[in-house]
Design a protein around this ligand. Structure first.
Ligand SMILES: Nc1nc2c(ncn2[C@@H]2O[C@H](COP(=O)(O)OP(=O)(O)O)[C@@H](O)[C@H]2O)c(=O)[nH]1
Ligand SMILES: [Mg+2]
Length: 439
C-alpha cells in the first residue's frame, strides 16, 4: 500500500542532512519534492498546496526544541500534518447503540456488497454484536442479491432479501421491520450503485434514508480512483449526511490520493479500509499508521495487531519486544513462519514489514513456508538461538534431517540473515521517530 509515495518521500528524507535552523530557504527544495510526490500520488491540488503551506508555517514558526535536530523537527512536522490530513480523530464508528443501523452507499463496483459482509463480520467479532442482519436493497441486479447472500453465509450472518421487491426504500423498511421482530442487533443495508451519480440514485438513497433513519451512512469509495474518490464523496455528502467512508482496494499499488484528499475535500473521516478481496482484508483506518506508512516507515503496529489475532497476546508482546530490541533469532523466524502460515495470506502480512513489499510472494509461498519450517526443525536448540555457528558440516546434517538440499538450507540462512538485518534497520529507523514523537 502506498509504496510509490513512500519511496519518494523516503528519498526526500534521506537527502536532507545537516540543516541549520529551519528556514524557508533550506526546506524549500525538500518541500518542493514532497509537493511533487503528493501530486504524483494523485492528491488533490488544493489539498497539496494547503498542506505545504501549513508545513512551511509550522517549520518556520516553531521554537527549536532541545535534543531534536532540525531534520527531525522537519520530519515531525510533516508527520503531524499528514496525520491531520488523514483525519486525526477518525476511528471506528460508535458501536454502543442497539440495534445499530448502517446504510452503505456508493458507486457501482466500489465494493459496497463486499464491504457490507466484511463490516458485519468485523463488528460481530470486534464489537460484540450477536446477531447481525444484512439487507439486500439492490433491486436492479438479481446477481447482486445472490452475491450478498453468499457473502453473508460465508461470515455466518443472516441476510434479508426480497427478490420480487420493486422499490428499494420499501425493501429496506420491511427488512428493518424483520430485523426488529427477530432481535437483530446490527442491521446493514446494502444498496445499488450506478456508474456515476445521477438523480435516480440520489433520490433512492434519500428515500431509504428517510424511511429507515440510519445511525450511520457509510460511503464505500474505491481507493484506486485517487482524488476522484474524494470528489464522488463530496457529491454524495451533499445528498445525504455521510458519517464515514470506507476506502476500498488499498491493496495492490493504489496511490495515496484518495486517502489524503478525502478528509480535507469532504470533511468526512475515513473509518475503515478494504485491503483485499477476502473477508478478513478489512481494517480500521488508523491515520497515524497510514502516515507512518506514507513516510516509508512500514507498519510495525499493524503487523503486531494482525499477528495477535493468530498467536497469543503474550507471544505477540515478546515478538514486539524483540522487534524493538532488534533481537531476532531462528526461533523468532520459525515463529513468524508459523504464524504467517496460520494466517494463510502471506501477502497481506508481508506488506506490513518495512522493505518487504517488493518481495515477490507467489502461490507456492505456502510450500516454501513448509520447507522453511522443516529446515528449522532440524536445527538444534543451540543452532536456533545462534545461527552463526551453523557451518558447512552442520548445514549438511540439517539438510539430511529435513530431507532437503544443502542449497535450500543455505537459502534459508541467507533469508534469515536478510530479515535479521532488516529488523535491525527497522529498529533504528523506527526508534528515531518513536522517540522523536514521544511515543
Ligand atoms: N482488491 C480488492 N478488491 C475489492 C475490495 N473490495 C471489493 N473488491 C472487489 O471489487 C469488486 C466489486 O465489489 P462489490 O462489493 O461487488 O461492489 P459493489 O458494486 O459496490 O457492491 C468485487 O470483485 C470485489 O471482490 C478490496 O478492498 N480490495
Ligand atoms: Mg453490490
Amino acid at each position: 500500500m502506498f509504496e510509490s509515495i513512500a519511496e519518494k518521500i523516503g528519498n526526500v528524507f534521506r537527502n536532507i542532512r545537516g540543516l541549520g535552523k529551519l528556514s524557508e530557504q533550506n526546506i524549500g527544495e525538500a518541500l518542493s519534492e514532497i509537493r511533487t510526490a503528493l501530486l504524483s500520488a494523485d492528491v488533490n491540488f488544493f489539498v497539496v498546496n494547503n498542506f505545504i503551506q501549513r508545513v512551511k508555517d509550522k517549520c518556520i514558526g516553531t521554537i527549536v526544541i532541545q535534543n531534536i535536530t532540525p531534520e527531525q523537527q522537519f520530519v515531525k512536522v510533516i508527520f503531524d500534518e499528514l496525520v491531520q490530513l488523514l483525519g486525526s480523530d477518525s476511528m471506528s464508528i460508535s458501536t454502543s447503540k442497539r440495534p445499530l443501523k448502517i446504510l452503505m452507499v456508493g458507486l457501482h463496483g466500489s465494493g459496497k456488497t463486499t464491504s457490507t459482509a466484511k463490516l458485519a463480520y468485523f463488528l460481530k467479532n470486534k464489537a460484540n454484536f450477536t446477531s447481525p442482519l444484512t439487507i439486500g436493497c439492490d433491486i436492479y441486479r438479481p446477481a447482486a442479491i445472490d452475491q450478498l447472500e453468499i457473502l453473508a453465509r460465508q461470515v455466518a450472518v443472516d441476510c434479508y432479501v426480497d427478490r420480487d421487491g420493486r422499490e428499494a426504500a420499501r425493501i429496506a423498511l420491511s427488512g428493518l421491520r424483520y430485523a426488529e421482530n427477530n432481535g437483530h442487533d446490527l442491521i446493514l443495508f446494502d444498496t445499488a450503485g450506478r456508474l456515476q451519480i445521477d438523480e435516480y440514485l440520489i433520490d433512492e438513497i434519500k428515500n431509504i434514508t428517510a424511511g429507515i433513519q440510519p445511525d450511520e451512512i457509510l460511503l464505500v469509495a474505491d481507493g484506486a480512483l485517487g482524488q476522484e474518490a474524494a470528489n464522488i464523496a463530496k457529491q454524495f455528502h451533499t445528498a445525504v449526511p455521510l458519517t464515514g467512508i470506507i476506502l476500498t482496494k488499498l491493496d495492490g499499488d493504489s496511490r495515496a490520493g484518495a486517502a489524503l484528499s478525502m478528509k480535507e475535500v469532504t470533511g468526512v473521516p475515513i473509518r475503515y479500509m478494504g485491503t483485499g478481496e477476502k473477508i478478513e482484508a478489512f481494517e480500521i483506518f488508523h491515520p497515524e499508521r497510514i502516515a507512518q506508512r506514507i513516510l516509508g516507515m512500514g507498519d510495525v503496529l499493524s503487523l503486531v495487531e494482525k499477528a495477535q489475532e493468530q498467536i497469543s497476546e503474550k507471544e505477540a508482546k515478546e515478538l514486539e519486544k524483540k522487534l524493538k530490541k532488534g533481537k531476532f533469532d531462528m526461533n523468532d523466524f520459525l515463529g513468524q513462519v508459523q504464524s504467517i502460515k496460520k494466517m494463510g495470506s502471506m501477502e497481506s502480512l508481508v506488506k506490513h514489514i518495512p522493505g518487504m513489499h517488493s518481495l515477490n510472494v507467489n502461490s507456492d509461498a505456502n510450500d516454501k513456508l513448509k520447507r522453511a519450517e522443516a529446515i528449522i526443525y532440524s536445527m538444534t536448540a543451540k543452532e536456533r538461538a545462534n545461527p552463526n555457528i551453523i557451518d558447512g558440516s552442520r548445514r549438511l546434517r540439517i539438510a539430511k534431517g529435513s530431507g532437503l538440499s544443502v542449497q535450500e538450507v543455505n537459502l534459508l540462512l541467507k533469508n534469515f540473515k536478510q530479515m535479521q538485518a532488516m529488523m535491525k534497520k527497522m529498529k533504528s529507523s523506527r526508534f528515531d521517530l518513536a522517540s522523536l514523537l514521544g511515543r
